[in-house]
Design a binder for this molecule. Structure first.
Ligand code: NAP
Ligand code: HSE
Length: 443
């Protein structure tokens, strides 16, 4: 039988409900309210006391919301949430960096546990917020910030506690993967598919974060903190998105047996951390090439474990809400147990510089639109050869109006050497458009 003293410690609430304050009621917030309402009895059984939503912060009181929301709880004043003494867990699902960061800081400072889905805020202020949570003995949980519904934060924090992650490769942006899949499979135009991804609730409020690569880069920074204990500098990461990706490259890559994906890549190199997020060509037969639509995938390479792949829906209301609410349940159980909150910092963070991009060595796909004239191919091959770039395959396709497309696949080469060769070709009379460079990931 449990002793009364243990009971007292385990249930400092004496069975009282745990109050939640929710900042934001859009795509993710709506999903969170849905789950909290529809599975309330199950969650009470798991936590030991009921979870009660006290206030929900929004900008516009009149917008349509999910039917599970009790509109009387809506407010546009953040103080109604953060100064409500009965709010013990703050759920931040509003997005943005500075305002959300300031409010999360206020919540932690007043000893509330915080659950957030906000990778932009974590990439910018994660280390400071983790320190504050630890100092205040409350939880800061962010499973939903990376990979939507995929439990990658728990995997890194718990399952990899006994190992060491040396490499991460992930499809981390659902919107980009959705767009690339539709462009590859159906030849659909970029703008049309982006609008589809927005209507499905996958894209950020500012979709340039998705299509310019920043969302994937922010998630990679969060993973690098957890996996490598790295606190990289704020700027300098190689980040490219899929905006401007030409349908012709999707088609030509296919002819060489590749699929184009947007990949975030991290490697622990000891003194430095290599972090980059950009489109890549992957072999059609590879696992990552077959992660399609809104699915995300994260391949973790453990020193002892070897490769481990996690995959699932990386965006959208319910997959993301599953991760948010799982964190809420953890935080609530910790409160009921009288235990310190779970702080999702898997390893102590150490400031480490990024690996210089000049040290990156990969295979490259190059496409040059050129005048279909004698000597052009030789000049291009010569420029690459002078930089020590060795060529694996070259194909020239005959185009309309005397313009040909030359596609080159290189052997592994230093990126700086390839770029020097392309700079040397700029301004040549035969070049009809800027050269296209895409990286190739063989793993
Ligand atoms: P969203 O649909 O745009 O919803 C944002 C909500 O926050 C809205 O209810 C908005 O109020 C409210 N809000 C924003 N700024 C506010 C302010 N200054 N004051 C008061 N309320 C404010 O965004 P979302 O897609 O749910 O994303 C929320 C967060 O989850 C972001 O950090 C995002 O990166 C992250 N996330 C999203 C997904 C996804 O699939 N969508 C997946 C993983 C993580 P109004 O409704 O009144 O405008
Ligand atoms: N906009 C993000 C994506 C949401 O498309 O992946 C999930 O973080």
């Amino acid at each position: 039988m449990t002793s009364p003293r243990f009971e007292e410690r385990r249930r400092p609430h004496g069975g009282a409900p745990i109050g939640l304050g929710i900042l934001g009621c859009g795509t993710v917030g709506g999903g969170v309210l849905r789950l909290l309402t529809n599975k309330a009895a199950e969650f009470e059984r798991r936590v030991g006391v009921p979870l009660e939503v006290r206030r929900v912060l929004v900008r516009d009181l009149d917008k349509p919301r999910v039917p599970e929301l009790d509109r009387a709880k809506l407010t546009t004043r953040v103080d109604d949430v953060l100064e409500d003494e009965s709010v013990e867990i703050v759920v931040e699902v509003m997005g943005g960096e500075d305002l959300a960061g300031a409010w999360v800081e206020r919540a932690l400072d007043s000893r509330r546990s915080v659950v957030t889905a906000n990778k932009a805020m974590l990439a910018k202020r994660g280390p400071q917020l983790l320190d504050l949570a630890a100092a205040k003995n409350v939880g800061l949980a962010f499973e939903a910030a990376v990979g939507g519904g995929i439990p990658v934060v728990r995997t890194l924090r718990d399952a990899f506690a006994s190992d060491e992650v040396i490499e991460i490769a992930g499809i981390l942006n659902g919107t980009s993967n959705y767009i690339l899949t539709r462009m590859t499979d159906d030849g659909a135009p970029f703008a049309e598919v982006l609008a589809e991804a927005q209507s499905k609730g996958y894209a950020e409020a500012d979709p340039s974060l998705d299509i310019d690569g920043h969302d994937a880069a922010q998630k990679l920074l969060v993973l690098a903190m957890l996996a490598f204990g790295a606190r990289p500098p704020d700027s300098g990461m190689l980040i490219e998105g899929i905006r401007g990706l030409d349908a012709i490259d999707v088609r030509l890559a296919g002819q060489f047996g590749y699929v184009i994906k947007h990949l975030a890549f991290g490697r622990d190199r000891g003194e430095t951390v290599e972090l980059r997020a950009h489109p890549v060509l992957v072999k059609r037969s590879s696992v990552l090439a077959n992660i399609n639509g809104v699915l995300n995938a994260i391949r973790l390479e453990g020193r002892a474990l070897g490769p481990c792949l996690l995959s699932g829906r990386g965006a959208g209301d319910m997959p993301t809400a599953v991760s948010v609410v799982a964190d809420v349940l953890d935080a609530a159980r910790a409160i009921v147990a009288g235990a310190p909150g779970i702080v999702n910092g898997a390893r102590p963070l150490v400031a480490r510089p990024l690996t210089p991009t000049t040290e990156i060595a990969l295979r490259y796909y190059l496409r040059l639109s050129v005048a279909d004239e004698p000597g052009v191919m030789a000049e291009i091959a010569g420029a690459l050869g002078r930089e020590g770039v060795s060529l694996s395959q070259i194909v020239q396709t005959e185009g309309a109006g005397g313009v040909a497309q030359i596609v080159i696949i290189t052997h592994v080469a230093r990126e700086s050497a390839v770029k020097n060769a392309l700079v040397g070709l700029e301004g040549k009379r035969f070049l009809r458009a800027p050269a296209v460079l895409l990286r190739i990931e063989e793993g």
